[in-house]
Design a protein around this ligand. Structure first.
Ligand SMILES: Cc1cc2nc3c(=O)[nH]c(=O)nc-3n(C[C@H](O)[C@H](O)[C@H](O)COP(=O)(O)OP(=O)(O)OC[C@H]3O[C@@H](n4cnc5c(N)ncnc54)[C@H](O)[C@@H]3O)c2cc1C
Length: 414
């Protein structure tokens, strides 16, 4: 079998793989990326959060993203039972970028990986990683087996392997690292439309999240994109969404039609990309790292799409891991537990508390509360803008305590 060597081999060319590859290339390492699909390819996950702009900039890719003409984004709007509340990201409590973009992921992911390849990273498309060993015939090198579309296999020996394979979850499956998620099994149906929006109250610079009037556990997204397109989708318990129609299209249509403002805004929409669906997307793993490997983004854990945290967590994990890999390859000792796993989980736990509070109904009460304090709005806005690692924010410092206090407060308000 043909063999190749490099310093770092990366599985997957999504945002986590591209950001890690780019940062490592800037530090002078020989990096190869293996991607089983051909880009541009569709991916869900189109609403970005401002915090991820910091990791895109760290990877030296922000100019390319800014030049790509994506829809500007400065916040998020929520509707429930005829009420409307919008959150303006620059009002957040944490310093850092307050705006970002809503993106067609096929184009966004391609801009990131093309910018990475331009730095000399070798990116191979149509190549699927099929096996991993933390040892190889070359001392101190792990080994991946990669299969091309003709079925030809070759061995890649590298000093470190990054799994950025997203829902492919390559190393969790190969190394038996998967563990059940604590999230309920949910189903999401989504499509792209030419939106033809002429509703006077609609703000294209914000995503619109709608709580369904018949079931607060069901919510819909409307993400305005550039070129007159929008992404729309519904999320709810698997068994509930399944009963709403025969196919993804009819399930989604049912919820859009019956969702008040969202139905009005979508009145003239024309399908631009057929509906699709994804079921049971929440996932978790036993370990985030091990001998010569680390898991990034969705290859590690995925909670829920409600706060658009996926790409932010993916790019944060890439930034943390790339710095540690650089140190390790230079021969310095590295504390993967504290400087990667504990650090990453701090933000993930803040998002988890918010996701749980959303489905409990508490966060919905908080969003639509009449006399919310300015501080509370700033803290909450910071999380919605992706700043889930800032311990000066009480939601990050002690999420359970914060939501216990909020529970009492919102009940008093009611
Ligand atoms: C319904 C839904 C809505 C979402 N909405 C949002 C949102 O609005 N905002 C947000 O930030 N996030 C959202 N997400 C999450 C978002 O999609 C992911 O968090 C994000 O794409 C993760 O990036 P990644 O780089 O880890 O993985 P991915 O973007 O999935 O990239 C992984 C890449 O690895 C490749 N790969 C897989 N297996 C192999 C293999 N064996 N060999 C080689 N390559 C392989 C894949 O082809 C893919 O290109 C949503 C998720 C769901 C389910």
């Amino acid at each position: 079998m043909q063999t190749e060597t490099c310093d770092v081999a990366i599985i997957g060319a999504g945002p986590s793989g591209a950001i890690a590859a780019s940062i490592l290339a800037d530090k002078g390492w020989h990096v190869k990326v293996f991607e089983r699909q051909h880009f541009p390819r569709f991916s869900i996950g189109e609403s970005l959060l401002p915090h991820c702009a910091e990791f895109i900039a760290e990877a030296g890719l922000m100019d390319a993203i800014e030049a790509a003409g994506f829809q500007y984004k400065d916040g998020a709007a929520f509707t429930m039972d005829g009420e409307y509340e919008d959150i303006y990201f620059p009002d957040k409590s944490t310093p850092g970028p307050g705006t970002i973009f809503q993106v067609q992921r096929d184009r966004f992911d391609k801009v990131l990986i093309d910018g990475t390849a331009a730095k000399g990273v070798e990116v191979s498309f149509g190549e699927t990683v099929v096996s991993f060993s933390s040892e190889s015939e070359l001392a101190d090198h792990a080994e991946l087996i990669v299969k091309d579309e003709a079925g030809e296999e070759r061995a890649i020996r590298s000093r470190f392997v990054i799994d950025g394979s997203g829902f492919g979850r390559v190393l969790p499956r190969l190394l038996d690292l998967e563990t059940p998620s604590d999230q309920t099994k949910r189903r999401s149906c989504f499509k792209h439309v030419t939106d033809n929006i002429d509703h006077p109250d609609f703000d294209r610079n914000k995503i619109l999240i709608t709580v369904h009037p018949d079931d607060p556990q069901v919510w819909l997204w409307l993400i305005p994109l550039s070129n007159g397109l929008s992404s729309i989708g519904v999320v709810g318990k698997d068994e509930v969404i399944k009963q709403a129609g025969e196919c993804p299209e009819s399930r989604l249509d049912h919820y859009v039609r019956t969702s008040g403002l969202m139905g009005d805004v979508m009145a003239n929409a024309v399908e631009a990309r057929p509906a699709n669906e994804i079921v049971g997307f929440s996932a978790n793993v036993k370990n985030l790292y091990g001998d010569k490997y680390v898991l990034l983004g969705n290859a590690a854990e995925f909670l829920d799409p409600v706060f658009s945290s996926g790409v932010t967590i993916a790019t944060k994990s890439a930034s943390l891991a790339a710095k540690l890999i650089d140190e390790q390859l230079k021969g310095h000792s590295v504390d993967w537990e504290n400087d990667f796993a504990v650090e990453l989980k701090r933000g993930v736990e803040a998002f988890r508390a918010c996701v749980n509070a959303w489905y409990d109904g508490l966060l919905q009460r908080l969003i639509f509360m009449d006399n919310r304090s300015e501080d509370m709005t700033r803290y909450f806005t910071a999380i919605l803008a992706g700043y889930a690692w800032d311990e000066s924010n009480p939601i990050v410092k002690d999420p359970k305590r914060f939501f216990r206090l909020m529970d009492a407060l919102t009940k008093e308000d009611a």
